[in-house]
Every structure is written in structure tokens, then in C-alpha cells.
Design a protein. Structure first.
Length: 341
């Protein structure tokens, strides 16, 4: 069970117990590309399988889930629209009243539940509220605030965190990825298996990390130069994000949205990599173990440990501000100026 999921052991163990007596609706919440939809789909597989997926070899039901052909797993996507509107919601409500085709349960999976309009969410409320005994809703979103609280309060919320990089690395190794590359991918993905997998064949993974680790030596207090550097950083991130999502089977709108999310995710990973440089600069002078073992030591000791600690904090603050959707270019320019100052 849940064997296709990377990490999330606590969540999957809980869901195995949940499957014995499932709630009417679940809400999976967490950052992009960490595997929320994969976990939700696996949960659907366990719920729909006549043997609760407790078998060595896939049964017919499980096979149909994996190939996306199970009549009782109904996935509600955007289908080219900007949001999931009232009409789609009414269709869901109507389908929910019908008997399952093959299983004892019908599962509705909404991987972009944050895109439900408020009216659509209101239409769904009654169905979420009145358990029919044979219908289970699985909603997936990045933030609970994307959904009206009336919907949240009716769901059992499953919070999912980022995946430890050693687990991602181990998975990549098991997929035959060469060791050095697996390490680099795991580091760059920042705990998001989806990003690591999307970049498996990318040739610029090592360069991405090296570029971020070289930034400290290139910073300037002059805002003009910092702005140029900020633009350069954007130019490392955007094409990589584009390539990370290019292999997936998405419509144009979905791809753009995924690309935006992946850009934000990679920007965060990059800043975290930059923070490790300063953390190492402090660590080496305090005699603590280093995160990066391939950095020139002379550069690390050129900055005082006190400033290194301060800079690590500045970067972590910038990451928090990025997540609060402040303007990225301005934020990076500011950060780079402050790091040098
Ligand atoms: Zn099965």
C-alpha cells in the first residue's frame, strides 16, 4: 500500500487506518510538488480495492486506478477553465447521488480544490455535509485559505510536509539515477519529489546549485548591481522550472500554473542553498559540521561568523516574504544588497 509514495510515512500509516472507517471528505494540504495528489490517488486505490489494496499483485481495481480507468474514481479537473465553477459542482452533486459502478464506494478527487469558486464550493457543501455512505471526497490544495472555511470545516484535514532529501535521493537511486546526480537533484528539489523527478534528465542541475553557492562572492552593496544579479537569478530559475514541467501531460493553462509553482519552489530551494553557504561559513568558524563539503574554505572564513549567522537569517526571512507573495524582483534586490552590506 502507498508504495508509489515517496516519504510521508506518518500520513500514509494514518490513511491505512482511516481506510477502515473513512470520513466523508478529506482535505490534503501542503506545498507544491510534494506528492499530495499521489497520496490522495493511492488513498483512493485503497478505498476502492475490494481487498483494501492488501495484496501482493495488483487486482483489476488497482490496475484500473493506475491506468486512470476506474469508473468509481471521478477526478474533477479544470478542463481548460480558470476555475471550477457552479456547473461542474452541480454535476458532481448529481453524480454523487448515483450508485458506484464496480466498488462499494465512489471517490471524487479534486486535485485543484483551491480553484473552486465560492459559489461552486457552496453547491458542494451539502454533499460534503450529508454522508451518503458510498461517496468520499478527496480535496487537494496548497493552502487551507484557498477554500472557504465552510468547506474546510467539513473535511478531515491531512497536513503534508516536505520530504527529507535523503528519502528523495534513495528513491532516485532505486530508479537508477547515478549517485552524484541523485544527491544534486535531491538538494535542488528542496524536499519536493515532483520537482526532482521532473528534472531527472536535466543537464543543468549541478550548475543551478553551483550558481547559487557562488553568489556570496559576487554580491555588491550597490542596488543597481544587486538588481542585475536578481534578474540573473530569475534567468537561472525560470527555464529550469519550464523544463521540470515540460514532460507532464498538461493543458496549456495547467502547465503555466505548474510552471509558476515550480518557479516559486525552485526559487525557494535556491535561496535555501544560498543560506547553507552562510550557515557553513558560521559552522566552519565555530567548529560545527558543514552542510556542503565542496566549498572553498578560504571564502567561507572571509566573512565573520556573526555576519554569516545574520545573513542566514536574512535569507530565511526573504523566503518567508516570498511565500507571502511580495514582489520577487524587488525582494531579491533588497536581499542581495543587505547580504553585502
Ligand atoms: Zn486491489
Amino acid at each position: 500500500m502507498f508504495e508509489s509514495v515517496i516519504g510521508h510515512a506518518r500520513v500514509t500509516e494514518m490513511l491505512i487506518r482511516e481506510a477502515l472507517r473513512p470520513a466523508n471528505s478529506y482535505l490534503f494540504v501542503g506545498a507544491s510538488s510534494i506528492g499530495k495528489a499521489t497520496v490522495a490517488t493511492e488513498f483512493a486505490r485503497v478505498l476502492l480495492c475490494p481487498q483494501s489494496a492488501d495484496h501482493e499483485e495488483d487486482c483489476r481495481s488497482c490496475r484500473r486506478i493506475r491506468t486512470g480507468n476506474h469508473p468509481d474514481l471521478i477526478e474533477i479537473g479544470l478542463e481548460g477553465r480558470q476555475s471550477i465553477g457552479v456547473e461542474q459542482a452541480r454535476n458532481i452533486v448529481q453524480t454523487a447521488t448515483m450508485m458506484p459502478v464496480e466498488s462499494e464506494t465512489k471517490v471524487f478527487l479534486i486535485p485543484e480544490a483551491g480553484m473552486l469558486t465560492e459559489q461552486a464550493a457552496n453547491v458542494l457543501l451539502k454533499t460534503l455535509e450529508e454522508p451518503t455512505g458510498s461517496t468520499i471526497f478527496l480535496l487537494v490544495t496548497e493552502s487551507e485559505t484557498d477554500l472557504p472555511s465552510t468547506v474546510n470545516s467539513r473535511c478531515r484535514t491531512i497536513h503534508m510536509g516536505r520530504v527529507p532529501s535523503d528519502l528523495i535521493e534513495r528513491h532516485l537511486l532505486s530508479e537508477g539515477v547515478e549517485p552524484g546526480r541523485a544527491t544534486a537533484l535531491a538538494r535542488v528539489s528542496g524536499g519536493r519529489p515532483g520537482v526532482a523527478i521532473g528534472l531527472i534528465t536535466d543537464t543543468e542541475i549541478d550548475e543551478f546549485r553551483t550558481n547559487w553557492l557562488r553568489l556570496p562572492g559576487r554580491l555588491s552593496e550597490r542596488p543597481g548591481e544587486a538588481a542585475l544579479l536578481a534578474a540573473e537569478v530569475e534567468a537561472w530559475v525560470a527555464p529550469l522550472a519550464g523544463r521540470a514541467v515540460s514532460g507532464s501531460d498538461l493543458t496549456k493553462d495547467e502547465r503555466q500554473r505548474e510552471e509558476r509553482r515550480t518557479t516559486a519552489a525552485l526559487m525557494e530551494s535556491g535561496l535555501e542553498i544560498l543560506a547553507t553557504w552562510y550557515a557553513d561559513a558560521a559552522a566552519i568558524q565555530y567548529g560545527a559540521p558543514l552542510r556542503n563539503t565542496d566549498l572553498p574554505l578560504a571564502e567561507l572564513t572571509a566573512i565573520s561568523p556573526k555576519r554569516a549567522v545574520r545573513n542566514t537569517e536574512l535569507i530565511l526571512e526573504a523566503i518567508a516574504d516570498l511565500n507571502a507573495n511580495l514582489r520577487r524582483n524587488l525582494l531579491l534586490t533588497n536581499l542581495f544588497t543587505n547580504l553585502a552590506g
